[in-house]
Design a protein. Structure first.
Length: 440
């Protein structure tokens, strides 16, 4: 029986895509195997930064060296954005964009290599107009990502095999046009999973043993605006609480303009919703936010953060921050630092600006020197550690429950609280168990 392995890069949405693809490959008759021995290796790529692109290319080369007989298929966001770059790498057999990711099992079934040949048997049911040969040996299958109208999801009843806290992607794509971001061009327009399907997915995951589910999307707060009749994230959350037995629901990233009083009140209304908000900030300078084409200003963001902290004093609040955006001065970086310093953040994800082809920011001049970007990133990461320590100190002595993760050894097991604190529980415990813990 042919075997496969999947290596995933990037965000929770790509993790959900990889899970869906894995289950589809299993359903097609392939067996999961170690990467170094698998007949097929699929790389699900990210392209949010140049470093992510480089990581994917290096992974292809490493896999080909370790397992030269493997059929390597590269998919995901990088594959959608620049398929020819990936197709030129030795060892790659197929490059399949996000537009056709769901067809990978059929591609592998229908395009078996002939003995002693690099030719392929073509499947008549694949879209011939979307299929093209690159200059290298790999074949490329991509299409118009803006023509996509569905959300790729896994058969949820099976998807807990690879995560303690399974991800349920209920939204894909983005209608915003932040000047630095390439994601809309590789994910397409915003589209949502209908509420009935979301509830069915949650029920199936619960039946499979899931105790916490993470709702994810590329722009999760925009959930349901494309549906007819129109829905809203809060509405589908209420249905999950009312119609399923899920222990705990957690959200992935939500934009600041979608953190309104009614949404915070909803989170506060149920102990079954994790007290955890991840709200992208990107900059604490209003001029830089305008240049980034972000839809809010620092005063608006601060108001939302204070609202959360007022209603939910113990909530975790994290943010994404980009340093080194073109034209960012020392004074503007200082604005960002001081803005974060005076607000009750729990943690930061710090990113160095990375030029993405085709984005508005790629055409801007006045680039920040690399040494300055590195220093600014280090400074914010130090501040993040300080914020995390301060928040943890406020929680000392509290008792709460935590869900065990698939990490640890014979002496202790790592677990995660609802407000996103990692704790160590004495002894070895199975993953996906609730334990009462005292925070120190």
């Amino acid at each position: 029986m042919p075997t496969f392995s999947i290596e995933n890069f990037g965000c929770r949405a790509t993790e959900a895509d990889a899970s869906a693809l894995s289950i589809s490959l299993l359903a097609s008759g392939l067996l999961a195997a170690d990467q170094n021995a698998a007949d097929v290796v699929v790389l699900n790529t990210c392209t949010v930064t140049a470093a992510a692109d480089a990581q994917a290319r290096e992974a292809v080369r490493k896999i080909h060296r370790a397992n030269p007989a493997a059929r390597i298929v590269v998919t995901g966001c990088y594959a959608q954005r620049a398929p020819d770059e990936l197709a030129s790498i030795e060892g790659v057999e197929w490059v399949v964009g996000n537009s056709h990711q769901g067809e990978i099992p059929e591609i592998l079934r229908a395009h078996q290599p002939r003995a002693a040949s690099n030719d392929f048997v073509l499947a008549a049911d694949l879209e011939a107009d979307a299929l093209s040969l690159s200059r290298g040996p790999a074949k490329i299958l991509t299409g118009d990502i803006f023509a996509q109208s569905t959300v790729l999801t896994a058969p949820a009843a099976l998807s807990t095999h690879d995560r303690t806290r399974p991800i349920l992607k209920i939204q894909d794509g983005c209608n915003n046009r932040c000047s630095y971001c390439v994601i809309p061009f590789v994910r397409g327009t915003s589209r949502s999973l209908p509420p009935d399907e979301v509830v069915r997915g949650v029920r199936a995951l619960c039946a499979a043993g899931a105790k916490e589910i993470v709702l994810s999307g590329i722009n999760l707060g925009s959930y349901g605006r494309d549906l007819v009749p129109r829905a809203a994230l809060a509405e589908v959350v209420r249905r999950i609480l009312d119609e399923t037995a899920l222990d705990q629901l957690r959200f992935s990233s939500i934009e600041p303009q979608d953190i309104r009083e009614d949404f915070v009140a909803l989170v506060a209304s149920s102990p079954r919703i994790a007290r955890h908000f991840h709200i992208p900030l990107q900059s604490g300078s209003d001029r830089i936010l305008r240049a980034m084409h972000r839809w809010y200003r620092t005063a608006h963001y601060a108001e939302r953060l204070h609202l959360i902290r007022h209603v939910l004093p113990d909530a975790a609040v994290g943010a994404d921050v980009i340093v080194g955006f073109p034209g960012e001065t020392d004074a503007e970086f200082r604005e960002t630092f001081e803005f974060i310093e005076r607000l009750p953040f729990t943690y930061l994800h710090v990113f160095s600006f990375s030029e993405r082809p085709g984005t508005a920011a790629a055409t801007l001049g006045d680039r920040v020197p690399l040494h300055a970007i590195r220093e600014r990133a280090r400074t914010l990461r130090d501040l993040s550690q300080q914020k995390a320590a301060e928040f943890r100190a406020t929680q000392a002595g509290r008792s709460t429950r935590a869900l065990t993760l698939a990490r640890g050894d014979d002496t202790q097991t790592e677990a995660l609280t609802g407000n996103y604190l990692k704790v160590q529980i004495a002894g070895r415990h199975s993953a996906n168990e609730w334990h009462e813990v005292s925070l120190d």
